[in-house]
Write a protein that binds this ligand. Structure first.
Ligand code: HEC
Ligand code: HEC
Ligand code: HEC
Length: 349
């Protein structure tokens, strides 16, 4: 009798345990579902923050633009959480990666920073790119040149030509926008040839950048070997020239100069630029004149677009790419260009 009771008791106990087990499983599922939902909410919120504040440097796919590192890499996804948090909250000292936490003078709460971390760790960059595009905030593409197989073959036929070719490939993807397809320089950056710097100086400048100028630090983008390859290319550039090998020219996208585009540019300019550059573009004590022959004749549209998008680091000139679309920037450029026929030769603000 007692034995039977015991067995029934045991059975009952077993039943309770099984039921509890199921309940616990359901509770886990529920928690997971809640966590997933919270994660999704965080990603949605963070995507807007990302579009408005990070896309200009880290790209709409997290691919990293110019010298700014990618965020879509395994390394960043798996970075320990404290380091990731601190990077966004406090920035990286001595680089253009700014501190974003309100406590550090930035604009984000810790909840917003945590949402950005969730985006980086679990988000889908395809989704981010779609949202950024829908918001009209896709940054303008960097100007690059495509080096053909033919050119690379001719270069590799030169003495130690493979190193030259490798350098050219890196240069074409990362440096032509500012230093020109033939290292001749542009309105926004000096010529690199003939090389006026020794090897050590060039290594330092490429790795560390020049603060207060558009020359960024590239040490996160390139290995030491790649920097060496670039310097080899710069110092041996004349060998390519002497061999008569022609490089493609930079195709500058033409901008729409229609009255509608110029009017849109004028609207944006009055909204965003007059406070520093003056209503007529004659400059103010805060910023130089844009409406003058010297500036307009020397500065191609692509350079103007690049300056507006990227700003001039270390000066009051902001980077607008996170706020303005490529079309907006082209429209402003059209408006500035429309001054050229009547611009005074030189203006001192
Ligand atoms: C003006 C350009 C710029 C903007 C805007 C910017 N970053 Fe950065 N970011 C950088 C640079 C440059 C670095 C590399 C700093 C260094 O050398 O350590 C960096 C590094 C990082 C890293 C570390 C990557 C690594 O490999 O160590 C993270 C994470 C990051 N940024 C997130 C963000 C987020 C999130 C935003 C927007 C809230 C943002 N950044 C906005 C330029 C920028
Ligand atoms: C966004 C524009 C920009 C890009 C892109 C850029 N540079 Fe520069 N670079 C500059 C500017 C501006 C200077 C001049 C800095 C100064 O005033 O000292 C400069 C200076 C230099 C110098 C020193 C030249 C001298 O004689 O003083 C070297 C070398 C150089 N850049 C190499 C490179 C290489 C290699 C790349 C590609 C990996 C590159 N730059 C990409 C803007 C750029
Ligand atoms: C807060 C002040 C400020 C605002 C706002 C501002 N700029 Fe600037 N801008 C500057 C400063 C300062 C410079 C000079 C940077 C330097 O020393 O190279 C500059 C330089 C430029 C240059 C290069 C001029 C040259 O001679 O090399 C262009 C082009 C330009 N700004 C366009 C714009 C446009 C377009 C807007 C509006 C979308 C704008 N800026 C808004 C402060 C500002």
């Amino acid at each position: 009798m007692t034995r039977e009771l015991n067995i029934i008791g045991l059975l009952g106990m077993g039943l309770i345990l099984v039921t509890l087990g199921f309940a616990a499983m359901r509770e886990n599922d529920r928690r997971e579902a809640v966590a997933l939902e919270q994660r999704e909410e965080a990603v949605v919120m963070a995507t807007t923050l990302y579009a408005e504040n990070c896309v200009i440097c880290h790209g709409s796919q997290g691919e990293g633009i110019a010298a700014n590192p990618p965020l879509n890499s395994e390394g960043v996804r798996e970075m320990d959480e404290t380091t990731l948090y601190n990077t966004i909250a406090r920035g990286r000292y001595g680089t253009i990666m700014a501190a974003f936490s309100a406590e550090e003078g930035g604009i984000f709460t810790s909840q917003q920073i945590e949402a950005l971390m969730v985006l980086i760790q679990y988000g889908s960059w395809g989704y981010v790119a779609e949202v950024v595009d829908a918001m009209g905030l896709t940054p303008p593409e960097m100007v690059t040149i495509d080096v053909s197989e033919e050119v690379l073959t001719s270069i590799s036929a030169l003495p130690d030509g493979d190193a030259l070719g490798a350098g050219l490939t890196l240069y074409a993807d990362h440096c032509v926008a500012c230093h020109g397809a033939n290292l001749e320089g542009t309105a926004i950056a000096p010529a690199l040839t003939p090389a006026t710097r020794n090897y050590l100086d060039m290594t330092r400048i490429i790795n560390e950048g020049v603060t207060g100028t558009l020359m960024a630090s590239w040490d996160k983008t390139f290995t030491d070997e790649e920097v060496n390859t670039l310097i080899t290319f710069i110092t041996r550039w004349q060998e390519i020239q002497f061999a008569g090998i022609e490089l493609p020219t930079i195709e500058v996208p033409t901008i729409d100069m229609s009255p509608a585009a110029i009017a849109e540019g004028q609207r944006l300019y009055s909204l965003l630029c007059t406070q520093c550059h003056g209503t007529q573009g004659y400059g103010t004590p805060l910023a130089p004149a844009l409406n003058n022959q010297v500036f307009l004749a020397d500065t191609p549209n692509a350079a103007i677009q690049q300056i507006i998008a990227g700003g001039v680091s270390g000066t009051a000139m902001p980077a607008w790419a996170g706020y303005l679309s490529e079309a907006n920037i082209a429209a402003i450029t059209a408006f500035i260009r429309s001054w050229e026929p009547n611009a005074p030769p030189i203006v001192t603000p």
